[in-house]
Design a protein around this ligand. Structure first.
Ligand SMILES: [Zn+2]
Ligand SMILES: [Zn+2]
Length: 132
């Protein structure tokens, strides 16, 4: 999978996310001049591109923020969680393989059928901790 296999809209959206150091919502993306200049003006267009980019593991959705980030090392199939800074919104990918094992085994012990695991941690990043 190379970026040349993406449609033009998908490339525009991926570039917008890669260029941002904070997660962006679909409407944040739509508001960017670089995106509007490319003729992307409808939310549905952005959502479609985001859906495809997520399926390709190039973009992740941060559920608690309802926003998206470009993956910094994708595509990958291993599960990831996120640490988001409450102050500057910087978001860092967090490998959660070991954590997932714990959750899966306790779900199993409780007879719970687990479909999806979301790990999102909030707090303050190094820069923001040092700034206080
Ligand atoms: Zn990733
Ligand atoms: Zn911060």
């Amino acid at each position: 999978m190379t970026s040349s296999d993406l449609t033009r809209n998908q490339q525009v959206v991926l570039k917008a996310l890669s260029g941002s150091n904070v997660p962006l919502s679909a409407y944040d993306i739509l508001d960017l001049e670089q995106v509007r200049d490319q003729g992307l003006k409808a939310p549905l267009t952005i959502y479609r591109a985001l859906d495809k980019l997520q399926a390709l593991e190039l973009v992740h959705r941060i559920e608690s923020l309802n926003a998206f980030v470009a993956c910094d090392h994708g595509p990958h199939s291993e599960p990831v969680g996120f640490m988001s800074c409450d102050r500057c919104r910087k978001t860092i990918e967090l490998p959660v393989g070991a954590c997932e094992d714990v959750l899966r085994s306790s779900a199993k012990a409780n007879g719970f059928k687990l479909d999806r695991i979301t790990v999102e941690v909030s707090g303050r990043c190094t820069d923001c901790v040092e700034g206080t």
